[in-house]
Design a protein around this ligand. Sequence first.
Ligand code: NAP
Ligand code: MG
Length: 497
Amino acid sequence: MAKAVSTKKSNTIKLKFDTSWSYAPAPESKSAASIKPQYDLFIDGKWTKPQSGKYFSTINPANEEKLSEVAEANAADVDKAVKAARNAYEKVWKKMPAKERAKYIFRISRMMQEKARELAIIESLDGGKPIRESRDFDVPTAANHFFYYAGWADKLEYAFPNRTTEPLGVAGQITPWNFPLLMAAWKIAPALATGNTVVLKPAETTPLTALKLAEIIQESGLPDGVVNILTGAGATGAAIVNHSDVNKIAFTGSTDVGKIIQRAIAGTNKKATLELGGKAANIIFEDAPLDQAVEGVINGIFFNQGHVCCAGSRLYVQESVAKQVIRKLRDRLESLIIGDPLDKNTDIGAINSKQQLDNIHKYIKIGLKEGAEMYESSCRLPSKGFWCKPTLFTNVAQSSRIAQEEIFGPVLSILTFRTDDEVIEKANNTPYGLSAGVWTDKGSKIFNMTKRMRAGVIWANTFNKFDPTSPFGGYKESGYGREGGLHGLLPYLNLVS
Ligand code: NAP
Ligand code: MG
């Protein structure tokens, strides 16, 4: 048994565990993935050089080594891709019988399953997430989205009974770095099923699985121009948003960029779905199964290094069990394994970029300055790469910035409450409203809480569960529109009669 010794220095407590054993490394093999030294843009079914001739590097955040270089698309490349998507829409995709479209989408799903191991390795190398997550969650869920939406393509009349639907045309899609392949699947699969064509830009730090998906799409025989994938920076995304021949914008990313996009498309005819930031409340009542709840909280915030828009980054514990829950959380924190993302034992991988790590450190300093008490794991961090110890803050005030603002890292703010009314008020008191969690033994309490909480997704006695059949999206500054499920079809359609 590990023995905990705590040493207190100002308001920081470091836990030192005498761990006399650890797991033997179980690394996944890099050689099962093929990454080219350089990638061009995927436009009109072909790999095309960027017009500027510029490329930028994508690195492995776990060791800062360069993995590959990818093309930087400018406005002229975006224009070329939008023209290809428009041409494919008018000449091929719009006219194709829906059941034929479905076969392509289904084929993409099957090919993703066949290449699942390679996709998972590349996702972990490029983004820093543990292989267990990319292997067991990201890649299968991404393939399932294609599979699920393939099923809807020829059944839209059942999704919208007594209505006639038509596709919008060209969809411009922009994705973030935390779930690169899954976000690409969330966006491309419903767009294709509803008869639209696509121009997609993945995030700058994690472009590789979207480029692998482009290879799969090319191999699947999908008609040229139906899906175009352009790598680049924020300016590439802005060029897609501002292109006059794009009919719909699907964006997942930060609330700040979401606001820029909203301003840019105001007064145009473009439809939009914006999936933005979050500050989810995870609520533990005194009657909850506490061990199960602690495991759910750990999964909710430390899963994927806290790089999750719906991460349970605020924990509200009922006062009567707070001491017990905090002790259990501290113990569990100490047993989390941090390190090589390709090791199958790893619980917490690398932070996605230096910029993100700096941002997390900024918030840890703010928490300490605001007077909260910090606990961090005593684990050792690798010397190269971007790493952050899993961290808890107690004695956090509701008005504190670490309880109000999105940190997007493995940092949990713990607050307490006495009554249902109090916790509802506190949980709803942020600018966001993406997700939440409730832990209690009472079914009636679950229904009461879920009715009164302003969050798009609320999990009860579990956390971070996803399924292609369930809609996902936010309230307030977490954005608007829904992705996933039947609801995810409508943002890509006009109901004409
Ligand atoms: P971000 O900085 O907003 O970037 C998202 C995407 O937008 C990236 O591809 C980015 O390109 C691009 N972009 C940047 N500036 C742009 C502009 N002016 N116009 C158009 N596109 C632009 O967000 P992030 O840091 O990658 O991702 C983290 C954020 O995403 C968090 O706030 C998180 O909560 C949110 N998120 C939300 C959901 C959800 O479903 N609600 C899911 C996942 C993540 P570059 O990479 O080149 O900067
Ligand atoms: Mg990278």
